[in-house]
Write a protein that binds this ligand. Structure first.
Ligand SMILES: [Zn+2]
Length: 293
């Protein structure tokens, strides 16, 4: 039997904030409460979004919160051959085509209309899309429940290699999360929409599909997703235990009233003993700054 393993996969586009810590903590607790391993992967493919120093700051924040990962840090930028291999395999299956549409051509069409589907031979200056056909993906999310997605109606033929030559997020993530050593993917609820595309890719590539669980998305008071782009405040490592306690409350737990004064490892130890993924709330919630106690 394969040992359980989860992963946390931040992109180095800024420091961790409370929303990313929530995903990290949830994934860590899920893995540890199963007696499994917890891996750290840096999703650094999109060189345009990388911020100098962000990876170091993420590692430092995780260390300060005593969210200790197993094994070496994995970087997507060091795994390009795996993604190329997957892309070649999809091309061999006749599942891909070359899309010359500009962003402007596709403006106002959220679902790709299929105009380049006949371009099955390589052309210069084109994105590569996956022909989704009538694919329908059903899965049960441990937190969000039963999901079903007919890709042609939700996203259409999606990009797996960008026009600028970068491997697309969907393909790289499917290859990495489809590794048989990853059994559970616990991540932010904003990624639930992406899951069917990734499962579809994993199925085509003969990879192992992990179990998914999507935690709540934290919103700022104006209703936008808390993110680096909406200037979410960087975590203060000096209040690591209190930060962890905040995330536990969003995971539906009720830590003891003095837990914010414990060490981070004591908070995590308590939480491992109390975490139950099927009682974690789903959906979105407004994050109001300030201590919860
Ligand atoms: Zn096109």
């Amino acid at each position: 039997m394969i040992e359980a393993a989860g992963r946390f996969a931040p992109s180095p586009s800024g420091p961790l904030h409370i929303g990313s810590l929530l995903a990290a903590t949830a994934s860590y607790l899920d893995a540890r409460s199963r007696g499994g391993r917890w891996r750290l992967r840096i999703d650094d493919l999109d060189s345009y979004r990388i911020v100098a120093g962000a990876e170091d700051s993420i590692l430092e924040a995780l260390e300060n919160h005593e969210l200790n990962w197993d094994g070496p840090v994995i970087r997507q930028s060091e795994r390009l051959d795996h993604y190329q291999h997957a892309l070649d395999a999809l091309a061999d299956m006749g599942q891909v085509f070359y899309c010359s549409c500009s962003r402007r051509d596709l403006r106002g069409t959220p679902i790709y209309p299929g105009c380049c589907r006949s371009q099955t031979k390589p052309v210069a200056d084109a994105a590569i899309r996956l022909h989704v056909g009538e694919a329908e993906v059903a899965f049960t999310d441990l937190i969000a429940g039963k999901q079903s997605d007919r890709l042609a109606h939700s996203c259409g033929d999606f990009v797996i290699r960008r026009r600028d030559g970068l491997m697309a997020y969907q393909l790289a993530t499917a290859v990495d999360d489809g590794d048989p050593t990853i059994t559970h993917v616990v991540r932010g609820g904003d990624l639930l929409d992406n899951t069917a595309r990734q499962i579809h890719l994993m199925s085509l590539l003969g990879l192992s599909v992990p179990v998914y669980a999507h935690v709540r998305t934290l919103l700022s008071e104006d209703g936008k997703k808390l993110s680096k782009q909406t200037h979410a405040r960087a975590l203060d490592n000096a209040t690591a235990a209190a930060n962890l306690v905040e995330t536990l409350v969003f995971l539906g737990l009720t830590p003891p009233h003095d837990a914010a004064r414990w060490s981070p490892s004591e908070v995590l130890e308590w939480a491992i003993g109390h975490f139950e993924v099927d009682t974690v709330p789903s959906g979105t919630v407004i994050y109001r700054r300030g201590p919860v106690f």
